[in-house]
Write a protein that binds this ligand. Sequence first.
Ligand SMILES: [Cu+2]
Length: 168
Amino acid sequence: MARKQRQQSAPKRLTKNRLIVYGAIAAIAAAVGYFGINSTIPVNSSSPTFGFMASHNYIKAAYNRQSGYEYVSQSSGAVKGIKNTGGSASLVNPTYTFNKGELETMHFINEDYDTHSLHNFNIDAFNVHTRDLGYYEAQAITFIADKPGTYEYYCTIHPEMKGNIIVE
Ligand SMILES: [Cu+2]
């Protein structure tokens, strides 16, 4: 009789242990999901998206002894999204051309070695605003290029730092 009871309770205990394991896995998955999704919510939308779907655009703040403060594209001219009109000059305060509806991540870094000034990166139309970044600080912001038009990106500290975003 006692043996029979043990046999009956064994599967129950297994089920309980399994539930604990499943619960732990679910909790970990939820945590990963929450933080993973949270970091890929575009600043101009409440819908989560996934980072791998975004186009990545690398831009830095720099100081040029002739022309002063400027944004410089970190990407080569061949990279999609930048209208390269020829020569290295097109990488200074570059014009970005994005397709409507695309998810874009702007990776902005302050590489102003010469003056160590603070810099920031803003696109009002898409609610893109970085912090004021010190030398070698970086920030990435994801947004949806959801409306066609020409928009300005700029630094609030240096009026000469500005360029265009074209969504078409
Ligand atoms: Cu600046």
